[in-house]
Ligand binder design. Structure first.
Ligand SMILES: Nc1nc2c(c(=O)[nH]1)N[C@H]1C(S)=C(S)[C@@H](COP(=O)(O)OP(=O)(O)OC[C@H]3O[C@@H](n4cnc5c(=O)[nH]c(N)nc54)[C@H](O)[C@@H]3O)O[C@H]1N2
Ligand SMILES: Nc1nc2c(c(=O)[nH]1)N[C@H]1C(S)=C(S)[C@@H](COP(=O)(O)OP(=O)(O)OC[C@H]3O[C@@H](n4cnc5c(=O)[nH]c(N)nc54)[C@H](O)[C@@H]3O)O[C@H]1N2
Ligand code: SF4
Ligand SMILES: [Mo]
Length: 697
């Protein structure tokens, strides 16, 4: 490899810039001071990212399950021929839609695009969806409804520095995106205020001027309560509301029902704190409201986000500098991954698959008949859930997700995967999901291939190939093209490089909401990334959206009246506490990658369940002892951390581990009716000191 290659981190949506330095077996990571987002800063995961490249667990040959039921090494030719034969058998017997494809938000734009095309053109199945359904879908649906367009942050991250008041709802960025904290630090030095709504006094809430320790599942009531006070104290922007929005009257009526005393009863947020927060919002000259997975991963996720968007619109900030609403995307390509067609209802360029004009455009780019493109398929959880049902999916191809660990009600998902006729997984490691597969394909990792990613600001950046993959390993693009050719679609997949795929993606996205047609690898290099939409090579890209109008039929944003509803599962005598789940700094997602990095496992070796001293006393557990958590789905035993930084009715568990350490064996699959997002953030749980047998686990 070259002495130093500029690229980006393999993990989260910040996509910090880094240089990879040195030979393949001794690569070191140096932060890229030139890349504006992180300016050289990285978190522990970024610093240690190169450890996965040479890890001894790396898959270096395809595996095929043999007659004795063991996954045994096989040639590429055998593995791919088996996949094609089995997919074709399933499709002949059960119809085209019986083969499902499950993608991920860690895939590059090129991979996400090609996976969508592979499903629709090579397999001709409607059933493709991806793990972003578990991540971004509520915020995406809400922003699309309110603004006509969904881009995580509709402004550059730099804006954070200058906002007078920032409201962060259910975002623990001090652990999930540490280098971003420099913007918040600067904001506070500039005299800005930070309000954090979180059931925990998280590492991020500790930075806040004001912490609102709301009950899990009560965000819409908090947002409505804030709006109530803003209206009462005449702190809303009537001019903006009149000129740039529609639907405020209904929202005003709903907000009238959320007086602070009632909101305290519904949410646990003290009346005085709610009023203080509303005044900080109403009197700030620029106000930014940001959500992350806290309010979004709920069966009311879309409503929660719409309620926060109502606040941002009433304050008159959306489209103005240092103001407005944004959702902090999560996965490395959480943004681009939802724009190019790996969603069940979507075609490239953020087009709808049921829109005849969109189908016509994409069919022409793909060189297929318009009616050959299938219609909308099942959403992620429903796709998995359909496996043993009539008319459901019988064979599945997973690229970039570890659903056995990360899907809700994981035990039932595992049973479903076991019931499949045929499962294929492409991964770098034998993830918990890959362990169940009939065929496993070894894929190249981030530093071994070129590809673009779209970060949380909508900035398209380029990850560079810094070294060759190990012998025997292929890139996902290569795998998809080879499989497509074997399925009879060679001429639609004749790509020589990721650059070719990106060029076709650009054409397919042209004229769509997420228009990439003016972006090239050269421009990304020269300009430090390009913000979409960018409809022509001489267009400078769009760092800031909604400045003049919204991409809705009349150019105005929409308010949505939101009544707060209870979570799908409320605590009762048997399950008296709330369980909420999320992340810790040193582990990433389902942990396939980070649980293999020694330095990260030293700081986060196992699940630690956080609980308040009052809850711990009732459960008879002391700090450091083992606690068994039981929900209606199952039980699991974890080390307890007794802390006053969490509400006394709530237990927090990170979800980065599998097997008996799996948080998702406890969670439920109640889905938001619009986004189909599972309610990862709220269910009812019982806590008790572990008995001897459980303590050994
Ligand atoms: N270290 C690390 N960083 C990551 C990741 C990782 O796995 N590890 N994953 C990346 C990805 S894909 C994502 S999506 C992002 C997620 O980033 P975040 O959304 O910041 O992470 P979470 O820990 O899932 O949830 C944030 C907070 O929501 C709070 N919360 C729980 N219930 C509620 C509620 O009802 N209302 C409110 N307001 N808050 C609530 C939790 O206490 C938690 O502190 O992180 C990205 N960065
Ligand atoms: N309880 C609970 N559950 C949650 C959440 C929560 O907050 N609480 N959060 C949800 C969220 S926000 C998310 S994003 C999901 C994430 O959960 P998953 O969808 O499981 O995501 P990862 O763990 O990143 O899994 C990616 C897998 O693909 C592999 N991989 C990564 N990049 C590539 C690639 O380019 N090619 C190939 N072939 N493989 C690749 C990795 O090694 C890993 O095994 O979890 C969700 N689950
Ligand atoms: S903050 Fe995200 S992108 Fe940056 S180094 Fe950490 S994991 Fe990587
Ligand atoms: Mo995510």
């Amino acid at each position: 490899m070259a002495t130093s290659v500029a690229t980006h981190c393999p993990y989260c949506a910040l996509q910090c810039g880094m240089h990879l330095v040195g030979p393949r077996d001794a690569v070191s990571v140096v932060g890229n001071a030139e890349f504006p987002v992180n300016a050289g800063g990285l978190c522990v995961k970024g610093w240690s990212a190169a450890a996965t490249l040479t890890h001894p667990d790396r898959l270096v040959t395809p595996l095929v399950r043999d007659a004795s039921g063991t996954l045994a090494p096989a040639s590429w030719d055998d593995a791919l021929a088996t996949i094609v034969r089995r997919f074709q058998e399933v499709q002949q017997r059960h119809g085209r839609d019986a083969v499902g494809v499950f993608g991920g938000g860690s895939l590059t734009n090129e991979k996400a695009y090609l996976l969508g095309k592979f499903a629709r053109v090579a397999l001709r199945t409607a059933n493709i969806d991806y793990n972003g359904r578990f991540c971004m879908s509520s915020a995406a649906a809400a922003a699309s409804r309110a603004f006509g367009l969904d881009r995580g942050l509709p402004f550059p991250i730099e804006d954070i520095r200058h906002a007078k008041t920032i409201f962060l709802a259910g975002a623990n960025i001090a652990e999930t995106m540490p280098p971003i904290m420099r913007y918040f630090e600067a904001q506070q030095v500039n005299g800005g205020k930070l309000i954090v709504a979180d059931p925990r006094k998280s590492a991020t809430a500790q930075w806040a001027s004001l912490h609102l320790p709301l009950r899990p599942g009560s965000d819409a009531a908090v947002a409505n309560g804030l709006l109530h006070v803003l209206i009462r104290e005449k702190l809303i922007d009537e001019t903006y509301i009149n000129e740039r929005t529609r639907g405020f009257d209904e929202v005003r009526q709903v907000a009238a029902m959320y007086w602070p005393e009632r909101v305290e009863a519904l949410t646990g947020v003290p009346e005085a704190s709610l009023v203080d927060a509303a005044r900080l919002l109403g009197r700030g000259s620029s106000v930014m409201i940001l959500t992350a997975r806290g309010p979004e991963q709920q069966a009311q996720g879309v409503n929660n986000v719409l309620a926060y968007i109502n606040l941002a619109l009433a304050l008159g900030g959306v489209g103005k500098p240092f103001s407005g609403y944004g959702s902090l995307t999560g996965q490395g390509n959480g943004q681009g991954g939802r724009e190019h067609g790996q969603k069940a209802d979507q075609l490239p360029g953020y087009r709808r698959i049921d829109d005849p004009a969109a189908r016509r455009h994409v069919a022409a780019v793909w060189g297929v008949a318009e009616d050959a493109i299938p219609g909308p398929g099942k959403s992620a959880f429903e796709l998995l859930d359909s496996i043993d049902a009539d008319g459901g999916v019988r064979a599945l191809f997973v690229v970039g997700s570890n659903v056995v660990v990360s899907a809700p009600d994981a035990r039932s998902v595992e049973q479903k995967l076991r019931a499949l006729d045929f499962l294929v997984v492409a991964d770098f490691f034998l993830s918990e999901t890959a362990q169940l597969a009939d065929v496993v394909l070894p894929s190249a990792q981030w530093a071994e291939e070129d590809g673009t990613m779209t970060n949380l600001e909508g900035r398209v950046i380029l990850r560079r190939r810094a070294c060759d993959p190990p012998a025997g390993v292929r890139t996902d693009l290569d795998i998809l093209s080879d499989l497509a050719a074997r399925l009879g679609s060679a001429r639609h997949f004749a790509f020589r490089s990721s650059r070719d795929v990106f060029a076709e993606l650009g054409r397919a996205s042209r004229g769509g909401l997420a228009d990439y047609s003016g972006i090239t690898y050269e421009r990304i290099d020269a300009e430090g990334g390009v913000f979409w939409p960018c409809p022509a090579v001489d267009h400078r890209g769009t760092p800031r959206l909604f400045t003049e109008s919204f991409p809705t039929v009349d150019g105005r944003a929409r308010f949505h009246p939101i009544a707060h509803l209870s979570p799908a599962e409320a605590p009762n005598d048997d399950f008296p506490l709330f369980l909420t789940t999320g992340r810790v700094l040193a582990q990433y997602q389902s942990g396939t990658q980070t649980r293999r990095v020694a330095a990260l496992c030293e700081s986060a070796p196992e699940v630690v369940a956080e609980m308040h001293p009052a809850a711990a006393r009732l459960a008879n557990v002391a700090d450091g002892e083992r606690v068994t958590l039981t929900t209606r789905r199952g039980a699991a035993t974890f080390k307890a951390k007794v802390t006053r930084s969490i509400r006394d009715d709530t237990v927090f568990v990170p979800f980065h581990w599998g097997g008996h350490q799996s948080a998702n064996r406890l969670t439920q699959a109640a889905l938001d009716p619009v986004s189909r997002m599972p309610e990862f953030k709220v269910c009812a749980v019982r806590a008790a000191r572990a008995v001897e047998k459980e303590r050994a686990e």
